[in-house]
Design a protein around this ligand. Structure first.
Ligand code: GRF
Length: 237
């Protein structure tokens, strides 16, 4: 008697197998959403290990929401205003949305609310943020103006795990850009933003592939090769 060797796995189509393995990602925004758009674009590739399953904004007027809708992505608004100072209730409402959409990973992309340890700890190792500086320098706001004021020659962006302390957490990827004598905060921000759009999809990819581990507070990336661009540096000379 001959047994058929077809397994259930083999019965699945290629698309089904890729989608099964793909991590379901929520992107949290408050405004323009250009990093969200970079993640959406990357996730269009059939071999990208994550799909953007949900875009959440705390502001109904966030321009990024329109972009996500145009791309056919499910969006939702969790307005922080009605919750006032009850941060926990706001975060519980966020968590309910994330649960409802079976989210595996969260990307903060210009999400302008500070999260409490309650939510951060729930997503430990599964929530990342992009910050427009070479951390740990220039945590907080107005990074480009502060970088110019400090007279530094190299500025940049970082993707890091979210930790209870603001703009802390192990760093997954960084991109450096030169600071030019002629720069204004706006021109420098534009140069950094272009770099952000390169490293955020890369960092999410590494996380979704389960290749990022935190050891003693530092990220270790399995099978990393320099060419992958975990660090992007300006050419010198
Ligand atoms: C980016 O500069 C990001 O690094 C910071 O907020 C900005 C958001 O821009 N956290 P966008 O909404 O992604 O265009």
């Amino acid at each position: 008697m001959r047994f058929r060797r077809t397994t259930p796995e083999r019965c699945r189509t290629f698309d089904e197998r890729v989608n099964m393995a793909r991590k379901r990602v929520a992107v949290l925004i408050s405004g323009r959403g250009s990093n969200m758009a970079a993640l959406l674009e990357a996730a269009r590739a059939p071999d990208y290990p994550a799909e953007i399953a949900l875009v959440v904004s705390n502001r109904a007027d966030a321009a990024g929401l329109r972009g996500a809708e145009a791309a056919g992505i499910v969006t939702t608004v969790v307005d922080h205003a009605p919750f006032g100072t009850d941060h926990r209730a706001f975060e519980q409402a966020l968590q309910t949305k994330l649960d409802a959409h079976r989210i595996d990973l969260v990307c903060l992309a210009g999400f302008m609310r500070r999260l409490t340890p309650w939510l951060v700890q729930r997503w430990e190792g599964r929530m990342i943020n992009i910050h427009p500086s070479l951390l740990p320098a220039f945590k907080g706001l107005d990074t480009h103006a502060r970088a110019l004021q400090a007279g530094i020659r190299i500025h940049g962006a970082s993707v890091h795990f979210v930790a209870p302390e603001l703009d802390s957490g192990a760093i997954i990827a960084q991109a450096a850009v030169p600071v030019l004598d002629s720069d204004t905060p706006e021109t420098l921000a534009a140069r950094v933003l272009a770099a952000e759009h390169r490293i955020y999809p890369l960092a999410l990819k590494l996380l979704a592939q389960e290749r990022v581990r935190v050891v003693d507070g530092r990220c270790v990336i399995d099978d990393a090769v320099f060419a992958e661009g975990v660090l992007i540096a300006p050419q010198i000379g």
